[in-house]
Design a protein around this ligand. Sequence first.
Ligand code: HMG
Ligand code: MG
Length: 298
Amino acid sequence: MFPKNVNINEVGPRDGLQNETINISIEEKVKFINLLSLCDYKYIEVGSFVSPKWVPQMENSNIVYDKILKNKKTVYPLLVPNVIGLHNALESNVQSICVFATASETFSKKNTNASIEQTKKNIKEILKIAIKNNLKIRAYMSCVLGCPYEGKVSYKKTASLAKFLINEGCYEVSLGDTVGFGTPLETQKLIDEVSNKINYSKIAMHLHDTYGQALANIYASVQMGVSSFDTSVGGLGGCPYARGASGNVATEDVLYMFNGMGINSGINLKKVLAASKFIYNILGRKIASKTACAMISK
Ligand code: HMG
Ligand code: MG
C-alpha cells in the first residue's frame, strides 16, 4: 500500500529563508547548506534568481551557490521566474532550476507581477533555453489547496497547468499548499484530479503547515501513491507574497513519521537536526519542529 522509498526535497535554504528579514551572511548560508549536504539529500534548493527588490534575502544566491561544497549525490536547484533569472542561473553554472506558476490569477500577479497567460509564455521561453543548456527543470504550482486572495482554486485548472508544465519539459510538478489551507480529503481530491492529467511519479507535494495539517496531508498523499515531498529543515519558511503563510512541514517531523512507517528516505535525521540547530541559532528562535524539540530535550 505504501511506497518503500520516498524522495525528500529540502527547500529550507530557499523557501525557508526567503521571508526572513534579518541579515543572514553569505558565510552563514554556506555553512547551513554544507551541513545539509552531509545529510545525503538528493535535492537541496539553494536560493533563487528573482528580483532583489521583491525578495531581498535571496540577493546573494549566486555567491552562495558558488561557495557551497557540493555533494555528488545531491542536486542544487535555484528558483527562476523569468529569462533574466535564467541567464543569471546560466552565468553561475547552475545545473538545475525550478519554475513556478499558479492557477490563481490574483496570486500570480501578486507573486510575479504577471498573469497566468504571461507566466505560461515566460515559462515556455525559459524552458526552451534551459533544455538547450541541459538543465534539469522542476516546476512548482502555488495555492493548489486555496489562495489567500481568491479562496478556493479549481483543481481542474491546477491539473491542466500541471500537464502544461510536464509537456513543456519539467520532470516533476510540486503542488504547493502555499498557505496551508489543505486537509487530507481535499488533498486526495486534488491528487486524484491532477493524476488524471499527469502520472503519479511526476507529482510532488509541497505543504506549508500553517493550520497544522501538513503531516496529515502527507500521509493522505503517500496513501495515494505520491512519493516525493518538499520539506524545510526545522519548519523554516513562508512566502513573502502570501501573508500568514507559515513554514513548510518540518523535515524532522516528516522523517520521524516515515522512519516509523518503515519508509526509507536515505536521509540522516540526526544530521538534519544539527543543521536545524545551526540555522535557528542564527535566527534566534526556537525550532518549529516537534520532533526536533523532542530530540533536543532528551
Ligand atoms: P517586475 O518588477 O515586474 O520586473 O518583477 P520587470 O520585468 O518590470 O523588471 C524590473 C526590474 O527588475 C528591472 O531592473 C529588471 O532588470 C529586474 P531595473 O531596470 O529596474 O534596474 N529584474 C530582475 N532582477 C533580478 N532577477 C530577475 C529579474 N527580473 C527582472 N529575475 C519579477 C517581476 C518576476 C522579477 C518579480 O515579481 C519577482 O522577482 N518575483 C519573485 C517573487 C518570489 O520570489 N516569490 C517567492 C517564491 S514563490 C514561492 O515561494 C512559492 C513556492 O514555495 C511554492 C508554494 O509554497 O506555493 C515555490
Ligand atoms: Mg513554499
